[in-house]
Structures are given as structure tokens and as C-alpha cells.
Design a protein around this ligand. Sequence first.
Ligand code: T5A
Ligand code: NA
Length: 213
Amino acid sequence: MSKIKRGALIVIEGVDRSGKSTQCKKLVDTLLKNKIPAVLMNFPDRTTVIGRLINEYLTNKKCKLNDQAIHLLFSANRWENVEKMKSLLNNGTTLIVDRYSYSGIAFSSSKKDMSTEWCKAPENGLIKPDLVFLLKLSQEEAARRTGFGDERYENTEMQEKVSNIYSAFAKEEDNWQVIDASGTVDEVHNELFATIVKKITEVSDLPLQQLHF
Ligand code: T5A
Ligand code: NA
């Protein structure tokens, strides 16, 4: 009996309004239309008990969790999903994931007194994405899209710091690919889709890897 081919773990990162959620949804639709099993996931996953705490923190500026505690909750929210992710991947489903560990590290380490090393530690051992797309969009272009909401972190200073950390990841990590996100939804989609289809074939016989920063 031939072994089931595994799916690919694909992550989309990028500053606010770079189009992550729009692209993730469209990618899953197109994969399914092409009979490629795919599931959409997003972090934070606000549906769990931990996710509800995170949602409270993001939407209520009076919520007083300290920077370390909220960082570990974001990480725990990925850890609580790890078995589900492994099981889907090993059964041949490709996961399209809207934000992952890199968002966790980029946002938390943008804060005062939060070292990058400390922020990376709890992410070690999670499943390593086969491919991370960085949707690149300038502040000016992002400003032309629908305005910032009122959530915590939705301010220019934070977004700039996060953008710099993403650029460092793109240089240092072997699984990152930078995409120009200033095109139309369809232009960006077509580029992502073509790359993902190739990646799915490439990794289908390879074991899953672990994140190791
Ligand atoms: N966070 C997250 C942490 O601090 N630690 C962590 O570990 C994690 C996982 C919530 C916050 O949590 C932080 C980071 C965040 O601050 P979220 O829920 O993913 O994260 O963030 P959202 O606010 O929902 O998403 P974004 O604001 O980042 O937007 P997207 O998903 O990048 O953009 P999208 O697709 O919603 O599009 C934005 C607008 O632009 C239009 C869309 O129609 C929409 O109006 N648009 C385009 N317009 C023109 N051309 C295109 N190509 C377009 N694509 C989209
Ligand atoms: Na989003």
C-alpha cells in the first residue's frame, strides 16, 4: 500500500492591511476547487479559552495582562492546536495559516524590555512551516486601504518595528519568501498559488520539521 502524502504547512505574514486574511481565504478556495485538500487556520485562534483571553487583551485596552503573560498566551494558543495541525498535515491536508510564531515574536519583541531571544524560546518545537510568505506593503500603500481598527498594536510605531523584524526574518530564515503585496488581489493570489502548488509536491514525501530558533 502506498504511503499517504502529507500536506504542506504554509504561513502568511505581513503588516496590518497587507492582505493576509483576504489571500488566505482565496487560497483555500482555489486549492479546494483544484481538488487539493486544504484547511484555513488563523492565529490568534480566538475560539478557544486561551483565544478568548487574547481577544479580551486585543480589544479591551483596560485589560492588564503583562507583556510576558500575553506573549506566552499567544504561544500557548499555537501549542494547543499542534496535534490537530499534525493530524491534518499527515492525512494529506495542506494548511494555509494566517499569522504564526513569527507574528508572536515580531509583536512582542517590539515592546520595551522584551528580548528577541526570550520571545523566540516558547515557539521552539512547534511545527516548522514549509513556506512563509511575507506580504510586503509600504506604510503609504497600507494607509490607502481600509483604516486601522481600534485594536491594540494598530498604530504606526508598532507596525514599523514589526515590519523591520519581518525583514530580518526574511533574510535569516531558509523558508521565507517576500511577495510584493501592492498588486490587485488576483495578481497577488496567482503568484502565491503557483508557488504553493510547487511546494506541496516538493514536501509531500518529507517528514514534518520542528521550529528551532
Ligand atoms: N499577534 C498575533 C501577536 O501579537 N502575537 C501573535 O502570536 C499573533 C498570532 C491580531 C493581532 O494579534 C497580534 C498581531 C495583530 O495585531 P489578526 O487578527 O490577524 O491579528 O489581525 P487583523 O487585524 O485581523 O488583520 P490585518 O489588519 O493584519 O489585515 P490583513 O489580514 O493583512 O488584511 P485583509 O486581508 O484583512 O485586508 C485589509 C483591507 O485591504 C483590502 C481588504 O479588502 C481589506 O479592506 N485589500 C486590498 N485592497 C487592495 N488591493 C489588495 N491587493 C488588497 N488585499 C486586501
Ligand atoms: Na487579518
